[in-house]
Design a protein around this ligand. Structure first.
Ligand code: GDD
Ligand code: MN
Length: 380
């Protein structure tokens, strides 16, 4: 890989390393950020004066028309591009896709909502071009930085998540959840295949996956207030974070999506028992009918919760929801047969009832999970 052109006297990156070559790709993930697009580009224009940059918007088909806004700009400014993704959601996967579409030597991810301070970009870049670092993080939690724009509840969550990540995963940087970081693209591509594309925490994932092989430097900045639009952060993203921690701690053996699927299944069991109780008390005296009603309720609850949580990035709606539910029931029926078959066989071999029962349940859950990942919530 050739190094970027540097001005011999100042060691600053030069505008164009060769004819028209882009030195820095600025990847900007968006969901409902239409009002921030123009302002972002004019700020980059000022902050990155003298540097050959491009902006890559990655938009998940925002209903507010963010992609149209970005493409309108792209039509007149060839430094701007927009990838519009259909049928998918998610910050981490958007960042990965944007970076993978770059051919520049360096890439930076920055929020579209102007909360990250673009003025530190040249400093971040020079740390990479003079080879002082492989990864530079815009940090809110080192002297000179601040996260005062966070509401106090969000601030404590952010601090707690940082603490957990630092303790469990052994990352020593102060802001491993930052959504603002710059790195050499070749370094990114080395780890890209192992990244989990679910959730918000791509930077943490990159550092853990690289297992200490990246020289990391943090640059402080003040996290700003949002002017337009609203944050997409919610409780589900907190759950995804726990899933990512679990996956990374077990070196990828535990799939965060399966954890979510299994948790939903546990809730389904509670729904089942509750529905059974209510049906027996209030309605029918026939146990088979009550058990059938309870089974249907549990299936519906599992299906809807998985659609909301486990597969939120591939969420079904309208007719897709109906077909999905039918498929989910069919898969569940086959899973139940497999479950009973395996449990009965194990029981006949070893006659430890709880082991046989649990093994059957786990096999059934794995079957349901892998089949519904492939056929009900398949990636388009
Ligand atoms: N393409 C795409 N798809 N972009 C998304 C999605 C999505 O599903 N969800 C959010 N984004 C974009 C937003 O449009 C914004 O540009 C950026 O990702 C950050 O989202 P915010 O909703 O503004 O996040 P925040 O300000 O609450 O969270 C900040 O702090 C987190 C750590 O505590 C951000 O800096 C995060 O990046 C950071 O992880
Ligand atoms: Mn934000």
């Amino acid at each position: 890989m050739s190094l970027p052109a540097l001005d011999a006297q100042t060691a600053q990156p030069v505008a164009h390393s060769a004819a028209g070559t882009v030195l820095l790709s600025v990847v900007i993930p968006t969901f409902n950020e239409a009002q921030n697009v123009r302002e972002m580009i004019s700020r980059l224009d000022v902050a990155l004066k003298g540097i050959a940059w491009e902006a890559i918007y990655v938009d998940d088909n925002s209903p507010d028309g963010t992609a149209a806004e970005a493409k309108a700009l792209a039509a007149t400014d060839d430094r701007v591009r927009c990838i519009k993704r259909l049928g998918r959601r998610g910050l981490a996967s958007a960042c990965i896709e944007g970076i993978m579409s770059s051919a520049a030597t360096y890439v930076v991810v920055i929020d579209a909502d102007l909360q990250h301070d673009e003025c530190i970009l040249p400093r971040m870049l020079s740390l990479l071009t003079n080879d002082s670092a492989d990864l530079v993080i815009g940090s809110r939690y080192i002297p000179g930085g601040s996260a005062d724009a966070f509401a106090s509840s969000r601030a404590s969550f952010s601090k707690l998540a940082n603490r957990i990540a630092q303790m469990l995963l052994g990352v020593s940087v102060s802001d491993p959840m930052s959504g603002f970081f710059m790195m050499r693209r070749d370094r990114f591509e080395q780890v890209a295949g192992e990244l989990s594309s679910i959730g918000f925490k791509i930077l943490l994932d990159i550092m853990v996956t690289a297992r200490g092989h990246l020289r990391v430097v943090e640059v402080p900045y003040e996290f700003r207030e949002r002017l337009f639009g609203e944050s997409k952060f919610d409780a589900r993203i907190g759950l995804e974070f726990l899933g990512l921690i679990l996956a990374k701690l077990t070196r990828g053996i535990v799939d965060p999506r399966f954890v979510s699927f299994a948790l939903v299944g546990t809730v389904g069991l509670a729904v089942h028992l509750l529905a059974l109780l209510i049906a027996l008390r209030l309605g029918t005296h026939s146990f088979p009918i009550a058990q059938s009603i309870a089974t249907l309720m549990a299936l519906a609850s599992n299906f809807l919760l998985n659609n909301m949580l486990t597969y939120r990035d591939r969420r079904l709606s309208g007719f897709g929801l109906l077909w999905g539910f039918l498929g989910f029931c069919a898969i569940g029926a086959v899973g139940a047969i497999a479950n009973v078959g395996i449990a009965s066989w194990l029981y006949s071999e070893h006659s430890v009832w709880w082991l046989a029962g649990a093994a059957g349940a786990v096999m059934g859950a794995l079957w349901n999970y892998s089949m519904s990942s492939q056929f009900v919530w398949r990636t388009r």
